[in-house]
Design a protein around this ligand. Structure first.
Ligand SMILES: Cc1ncc(COP(=O)(O)O)c(C=O)c1O
Length: 445
């Protein structure tokens, strides 16, 4: 069965009238920092704050409130659809079984169980859990509900597009993470129907990219599935999925992001925007970051599709931050410059005070290194110029790197810190970062 974009949009309008009293109108939050360097306006559609912690409640409620959802129901999920469907089943008094991969995030499993639905664990990735649910349905005991390959589910996700249209007069670009493609199909169909000039970016995790590969091939293909921070979008897709035709009709650009890019976007959300989102939401931001340079003067919506994180995810994010500090230290260690260890120690000291820190490392053609710590909003131009000139007076700097933990203001030139202090402070710092982050994430949870 193929379905047109206009039909999806019409279904979304109907779905909204069925589900609007059960869901939140999530805010479009202007970015505090992200996009500023490129002069690009960024708004976060905050479905991480949606009821159940993700947009999935929309599709689940849409489906379970439609005439097609009769009898004992069975569905499969990487987690968020399972949470949404379980709440929907409770609200609408439906009999639901949820099949989940063995690899499901513990926090998501706990939430699903808390709704009192039947749970079956099967397979190492969502595609296998889906196949198992389909087999059980084929035996005649259940009515199968796909988490993405279903017109009513897609219509429910499309209600996000309707909200964006109401909340924003003009939007040039929308960044949407891709799993099975229900989210992309729903939101994309609504936007392309009512505001066709909007560019739709489908963002895929390189480690699990069945839909992206299928879009390239023009038919459904299977890919390897490696672990990813964006576990919610991982897994294979149905060979007959209606989302492939819809996705290829709505998507203007497909962007793939690797784990480092997803991690650094998750950290940017936490540190620069005060937003805790799950890896699949960070994925959409990673997609924006990859093309941000080209979006100067335009308004972009980054769809933060979910916020269901657990401690393991937080640990990875926090460890990632600590690793950034380590990388800087290694960079210093490999250089012959006298300022090396000393300047890094100073950088680390600021890091313990707040996260608003960047290390700027410059190296002249002879391999001599100078390092400055930059933080805050405006560069203190004199000090910055001095630092820069110290390098350029010997020739053009051929390496300049600034890690983006922070805003840009030169706070001080890092010098004169004893080496022994350097190692003590850096170890302490890594622990501090982890402790502070874990604490703030726990508050949010
Ligand atoms: C948080 C989150 N984002 C994105 C997706 C991808 O949605 P879809 O499978 O409709 O592409 C999912 C799917 O479970 C999800 O849970």
């Amino acid at each position: 069965m193929q379905i047109s974009l206009q039909e999806v949009a019409a279904n979304a309008v109907q779905a909204r009238s069925r589900i609007r009293h059960h869901i939140y109108q999530t805010p479009l939050i202007p970015a505090r920092r992200i996009g500023h360097d490129q002069g690009a306006k960024v708004l976060f559609k905050a479905e991480n704050f949606q009821l159940t912690g993700s947009f999935k409640i929309r599709g689940a409620l849409s489906k379970l409130s439609s005439p097609s959802a009769q009898g004992p129901l069975i569905t499969a999920s990487s987690g968020n659809h399972g949470i949404g469907a379980s709440l929907a089943a409770r609200v609408l008094a439906k009999d639901l079984t949820v099949v989940l991969p063995d690899t499901i995030v513990q926090a998501k499993l706990d939430k699903i169980k808390s709704f009192g639905v039947e749970v079956i664990l099967h397979g190492v990735e969502t595609g296998l859990a889906e196949q198992h649910a389909q087999q059980l349905a084929a035996s005649g005991s259940y009515n199968y509900i796909s988490p993405y390959n279903d017109a009513e589910v897609i219509a429910g996700q499309g209600t996000i597009g309707l909200q964006i249209l109401e909340q924003l007069e003009e939007v040039a670009n929308v960044f949407i993470s891709m799993g099975g493609g229900g989210l992309l199909s729903g939101v994309g169909s609504v936007l392309k129907t009512f505001r066709p000039e909007t560019k739709i970016y489908g963002v895929s995790a390189s480690n699990s990219k069945a839909l992206a590969a299928s879009l390239t091939a023009g038919h459904v293909v299977e890919t390897d599935h490696f672990p990813t921070l964006a576990e919610a979008v991982a897994g294979g897709i149905d060979p007959d999925t209606i989302t492939l035709g819809l996705a290829s009709a709505v998507v203007d650009y497909v962007i793939e992001c690797n784990e480092a890019e997803i991690l650094s976007s998750a950290q940017a959300l936490a540190v620069q925007e005060n937003i805790i989102a799950e890896g699949s939401a960070a994925l959409a931001l990673a997609g924006f970051n990859k093309v941000a340079e080209k979006l100067t003067g335009q308004t972009s919506v980054v769809l933060l599709c979910g916020g269901n994180v657990d401690h393991d995810y937080i640990r990875k994010a926090a460890t990632g931050l600590a690793q950034k500090a380590k990388i800087r230290r290694r960079l210093e260690g490999t250089t012959s410059g006298a300022a090396g260890g000393k300047s890094f120690a100073a950088a680390v000291m600021v890091l313990t005070i707040d996260f608003n820190v960047q290390a700027l490392v410059m190296c002249d053609p002879k391999g001599r290194v100078d390092t400055a710590v930059v933080a805050g909003k405006r560069p203190r131009t004199v000090a910055f110029a001095n630092c820069f000139n110290a390098v350029t007076s010997n020739g053009v700097p051929h390496y300049a790197a600034a890690s983006t933990i922070a805003d840009v203001e030169l706070r001080f030139m890092a010098r004169n810190v004893p080496k022994r202090a350097a190692s003590v402070v850096s170890v302490l710092t890594e622990w501090c970062i982890i402790a502070i982050l874990v604490k703030s994430f726990q508050v949010v949870i």
